[in-house]
Ligand binder design. Structure first.
Ligand code: EPU
Length: 311
């Protein structure tokens, strides 16, 4: 069924594409193509008492097998990219794909984003979660964020200094991000490409990039007590290393498995279900708790009927 609204179509029972390749559908789904259409969809959800969930590239998302209630606002149509080479300014819609944006900025001779090579994400999702890795985080390059305020349903623009950023988090949670402007620096495309390849090579060496997965499942924790051979209190340490040392590699639950290449990656095979991944995450986290007394927090966002949970 299709409900037609002046600015945005709202479809029913639409599948939600995620990188895990498992999980159910959205009760209602829309794909607005403009900021006005985003605001209209948000107003529609509020009017109808529907929970609103924002979908980026589905790169860090696990959807429950039973799907989700409410309205899923898919940002993929908001994918315009504008590059001003002389001013070092780049503006990308929330639905633009980060890897493609990185390639375009490298080609244009604008440096700063190439250190995020190999991170699958939409620009909006990356800005909200402060995507990053060993070589930097997206917050380092954000100049402004354009969003729609959930209360007023009006567009707002936030300067970088107004946004609270931390490790894999931001204060942007309640807003619907529609675009991001980046501050980049001129550099030769050749040197940027070399750096990009270096970052990619690091990932290829240590991560199962070909398998279906949503990247790292858990955030890297800060240790409260020393862990032998891993770190001292206050250190942020690799969740993958802890999971590996706790013997999680190769653990299985139905069609989900802890990757043998990097223990913070859970990979799924055909026929795998979201509940397999959730059960495996819980079992792996329990092993780390028992082995080291460290509580792992999920980086993967889980959507389920009624509730959205980060843990
Ligand atoms: N290690 C192991 N076994 C494992 C995993 C890691 O021994 O199973 C060791 C590695 O050999 C290395 C150390 O642990 O000595 C750290 O590993 P890595 O460099 O892979 O970094 P990480 O802290 O595990 C972080 C990000 C990744 C990002 C990499 C590289 C988080 C939660 N993870 O992983 O991000 O790709 O650095 O930049 O911040 C993601 O967020 O989805 C993600 C994959």
């Amino acid at each position: 069924m299709r409900m037609t609204h002046e600015l945005v179509d709202i479809l029913e029972h639409e599948p939600i594409g995620t990188w895990f390749g498992v999980g159910g559908a959205a009760d209602r789904h829309c794909r607005p193509g403009s900021v006005e259409a985003v605001a209209a969809a948000m107003a529609w959800a509020r009017e109808h008492g529907e929970r609103l969930r924002v979908l980026g590239d589905g790169a860090n998302l696990l959807v429950d097998d039973d799907g989700v209630d409410g309205l899923v606002l898919d940002t993929r149509e908001l994918n315009a990219v504008e590059i001003d080479e002389t001013m070092g300014k780049v503006r990308a819609g929330a639905g633009a794909r980060l890897p493609q944006l990185i390639n375009e900025t490298v080609r244009a001779g604008l440096g700063g984003l190439e250190v995020l090579a190999g991170i699958p994400a939409s620009v909006g999702g990356a800005a909200v979660m402060n995507a990053g890795g060993r070589f930097g985080s997206i917050a380092d390059r954000v100049r402004t964020v354009e969003a729609v305020d959930p209360v007023t349903c009006h567009p707002v623009t936030l300067e970088r200094r107004e946004i609270e950023y931390g490790y894999r988090r931001s204060g942007l949670g309640g807003l619907v991000v529609v675009g991001v402007e980046f501050a980049l620096e001129p550099a030769s495309p050749e040197s940027l490409r070399a750096r990009l390849l270096e970052c990619m090579a690091y990932k290829k060496k240590s991560q199962p990039l070909k398998a279906d997965s949503a990247g790292c499942c858990f955030k890297n924790p800060v240790l409260g007590a020393p862990v032998d051979g891993i770190g001292s209190p206050g250190d942020r340490v690799s969740a993958g290393l802890l999971l590996d040392r706790a013997g999680c590699k190769g653990m299985r639950e139905g069609g989900a498995e802890v990757s043998a290449e990097h223990a913070n990656f859970l990979v799924t095979e055909k026929g795998g279900r979201a509940r397999d991944v959730i059960a495996l995450m819980d079992r792996a986290a329990a092993r780390v708790r028992e082995a080291f007394g460290v509580e792992l927090e999920r980086e993967v966002v889980v959507w389920g009927q009624g509730e959205e949970s980060a843990r």
